[in-house]
Design a protein around this ligand. Structure first.
Ligand code: C5P
Length: 411
């Protein structure tokens, strides 16, 4: 089990990583300390940073001098040297392989060190919020601190960490964004430990019907349609996941679902199950009925069960197939379901599927794209307004992806 936590300076990633490590009884490696130690050793012994990185020992990490701000600034300078990074890569991988897993936090864990981590989280907060935390931390230690200076240092470190050529600080495409500007540590731990616990569950094999159906759909799309897909690297492979897509055609659930790299469950209107034969067919293909209206919580129960077991659900936030060409106002369901089950949401966009015949004649290209995972609303039982705002934010992402797809079509 590898949990990768990345993020900028003073985002709180180290504290979160330590809490997760305690919770799951996994070793924790603060990889920033490695760079700090290299900078410090090079300064003290006159070795080159690359040599210091090659012979770094776990004992070197216990030095209290590494925790100072000067050590942080020195670290971010040696961190830009490619040989230093290569040498520390070995250290980090060995650390995790010696135990049966680990929690690592740093800048490039999910992108470079462990691109196949079981769970990737990108922790962030506004520079102001991070500066404020650092300020309070220093004050708590009885040190004198200057808010403006701290903010300046944080901005400077962000700039250096994101602009350097080797392994710059970037979010892995499939890392779940955890914005902690307004999220306390306990709330972060609750979310992250749930994602991790569910990502650890063994993945069950899809049913034969599902494998056959999705295989057939991929074959059909590949050979009979003008079909492209992008952003699959943004889809987390493990743990609970909601994929929220716009809906223009009967073909959307199979086309989007079959191309996702994991078994999907499909939320469908209860009315579709009224015909016994059709109902049995779609049920065997992982469809779950949802009831709309007053008792909305019980209406979502089927989807809730899948997500609580760590599965993935495809949902259409507009609530209905929409042929108008404009996106509809979303219903709240996607926000309510995400909040209730603390599940991240990947926005998805499909265009062209309402013109299947023309696509078969290669006159229309069907495009599917995915966005990076968004964290769920803060509270488990959010107010109506929060749910709505969340759903609108997801629709805005879908709209932005659609505009991008349309721009390509006209090129
Ligand atoms: O996280 P911390 O402040 O201890 O990191 C110190 C510096 O080490 C960062 O500013 C960054 O430049 C570098 N670093 C890195 N890759 C990591 C961890 C830290 O480049 N995985």
């Amino acid at each position: 089990m590898i949990i990768a936590i990345d993020g900028p300076a003073a985002s709180g990633k180290g504290t979160l990583a330590q809490r997760l490590a305690d919770h799951f009884k996994l070793p924790h490696l603060d990889t920033g300390l490695l760079y700090r130690a290299v900078g410090w050793l090079a300064g003290q012994t006159g070795q080159t940073p690359a040599a210091a990185a090659a012979y770094l020992d776990a004992a070197d990490l216990d030095n209290p001098a590494l925790r100072t701000d000067e050590a942080g600034q020195a670290a971010s300078k040696v961190a830009a040297i490619p040989e230093v990074r290569v040498n520390l890569l070995k250290f980090q991988r060995e650390f995790a392989h010696q135990a049966s897993g680990a929690v690592l936090d740093g800048r490039d864990i999910g992108t470079v060190v462990f691109p196949d981590a079981d769970l990737k989280i990108y922790v962030t907060a506004t520079p102001e919020a991070r500066a404020e935390r650092r300020f309070l931390e220093l004050q708590g230690k009885g040190e004198t601190a200057d808010r403006v200076a701290i903010l300046g240092q944080i901005r400077e470190r962000d700039r250096r960490d994101t602009e350097r050529a080797t392994s710059p600080l970037t979010r892995a495409p499939d890392a779940i964004l955890l914005d902690t500007t307004e999220l306390g540590l306990e709330e972060q731990v609750v979310l992250a430990s749930r994602w991790a616990a569910l990502a650890m569950k063994p993945v069950r094999r899809p049913t034969l019907i599902y494998s056959f159906g999705s295989g057939f759909t991929r074959f059909f799309a590949r050979w009979f349609l003008d079909f492209t897909i992008q952003g699959l690297d943004r889809v987390p492979r493990k743990g609970p996941l909601i994929v929220a897509c716009n809906h223009i055609s009967f073909w959307d659930p199979p086309l989007v679902g079959a191309h996702l790299p994991r078994e999907m469950h499909f939320v469908a209107k209860a009315e579709l199950f009224h015909n016994p034969l059709f109902g049995a067919l779609i049920r065997s293909y992982n469809s779950i009925p949802i009831q709309r209206g007053a008792k909305s919580r019980s209406g979502l129960r089927g989807a809730e069960e899948v997500l609580t077991a760590g599965g993935a659900v495809l949902i259409f936030p507009e609530g209905t197939r929409n042929k108008s060409g404009e996106l509809l106002q979303p219903r709240g369901g996607v926000g309510r379901l995400a909040a209730l089950t603390k599940t991240p949401v990947v926005p998805a966009c499909i265009t062209g599927s309402d013109q299947i015949r023309r696509s078969m004649r290669r006159q229309v290209r069907i495009r599917v794209s995915f966005g990076s995972p968004v964290m769920p609303p803060r509270s488990e039982n959010p107010e109506r307004d929060e749910v709505r705002a969340f759903a609108r934010m997801i629709m805005d992402r879908i709209r932005a992806m659609r505009e991008e797809q349309e721009a390509k079509t006209w090129k």
